[in-house]
Design a protein around this ligand. Structure first.
Ligand SMILES: [Zn+2]
Length: 189
């Protein structure tokens, strides 16, 4: 059975391979009881090893928060407000683009997105701020994914596999919606 850091590293490689984020952007966490395993600040998600994943407290800030992702407060708030066991945050390009074009939410137009993902509300808030944490965790009580405007998407699930699926669906639905809206004629062929 793989260790927590090995599972996070495996999904880090999948997130980058899927084109959901690049360079040092994005972060991944998994909850185990009262602990959260989360990627370190500035780490590349396709080059994670044991030294780049730290264990922080679910209930509140702790010493290792300094090494952890700058978005740790958002992850922690989701774990405090929902039954989620895993959270993936990416700077997916079509999600980011649509968050700057749409007002309140990105509504999927593709069939899987409509059925399995649903609307992705867009919230405001600076990187790693308590305002962003409060806004995202509030949305995640009733949605699979939440978009921080101009920034990226937070997807949560009962496992890393679930969170990854919703992160992929978020970008796919955003891409399909963007392409449909960009089509020069509203008439169907
Ligand atoms: Zn981010």
């Amino acid at each position: 059975m793989s260790l927590a850091w090995q599972e996070i590293a495996r999904f880090g490689r999948k997130v980058v391979a899927a084109g959901l984020t690049s360079s040092r952007f994005g972060n991944i966490s998994q909850r185990q009881g009262e602990k959260i395993h989360i990627t370190c600040t500035g780490s590349m998600l396709d080059e994670l090893d044991q030294s780049l994943i730290v264990e922080v407290e679910r209930r509140g800030p702790c010493e290792l928060d300094r090494q952890a992702s700058s978005e740790t407060c958002v992850h922690r708030s989701i774990y405090q407000s929902t039954p989620a066991r895993a959270v993936i945050h990416t700077h997916s390009p079509f999600v980011v683009a649509l968050s700057l074009l749409e007002r309140e939410a990105v509504e999927p137009l593709d069939s899987e997105g409509i059925i399995f993902l649903g609307a992705m509300p867009i919230v405001e808030g600076h990187f790693g701020s308590e305002d962003l944490a409060a806004a995202v965790s509030s949305v995640m009580q009733s949605h699979k994914a939440c978009i921080a405007r101009g920034h990226g998407v937070f997807a949560a699930g009962s496992s890393l596999s679930d969170a990854f699926t919703f992160a992929c669906m978020a970008e796919h639905s955003a891409k399909v919606r963007y392409l449909v809206k960009a089509y020069p004629s509203c008439e169907r062929v």
